[in-house]
Design a protein around this ligand. Sequence first.
Ligand code: IDP
Ligand code: MG
Length: 137
Amino acid sequence: MEQTLVLIKPDGVRRNLVGEVIARIERKSYRVVALKMMHADLETLGKHYAEHLGKPFYEPLLEFMMSGPIVAMVVEGHRVIEGFRKIAGTTDPTTAELGTIRGDLGADQGTRVVQNLVHGSDSPESAAREIAIFFPN
Ligand code: IDP
Ligand code: MG
């Protein structure tokens, strides 16, 4: 069974959308198999977002991700990597499709890093790498 790493970012936790995000995952028939609330540290986020090092939004992204607690989970299901990316919607919440988490619940706030409520792994390789970062045991 395929697994993906889902994060509810600090904006999602601040806005009390933890239940809403989990409900959408469960309604789609995917299973949450690990879950924790945590404060992500610089080392964890540096590894997680290594592909974005050097981009203009990299520093604001790490700062934003440390601005409050996040919820990390492992979600399981057939084709769940693709499926959760579909549930999340595209990166820019202003133009993300309605019916998605980002499209229904998010909007660009004009910040240097776009705050878009959730993260989902984008490939089997990313999922394995990211799950090992957030759930080393
Ligand atoms: P994804 O989360 O949809 O996979 P990525 O390209 O992996 O998008 O970018 C990681 C995160 O960095 C995004 O979710 C968003 O918070 C932020 N981000 C990505 N591209 C931009 C940008 O062009 N401007 C500002 N922030 C961005
Ligand atoms: Mg990504």
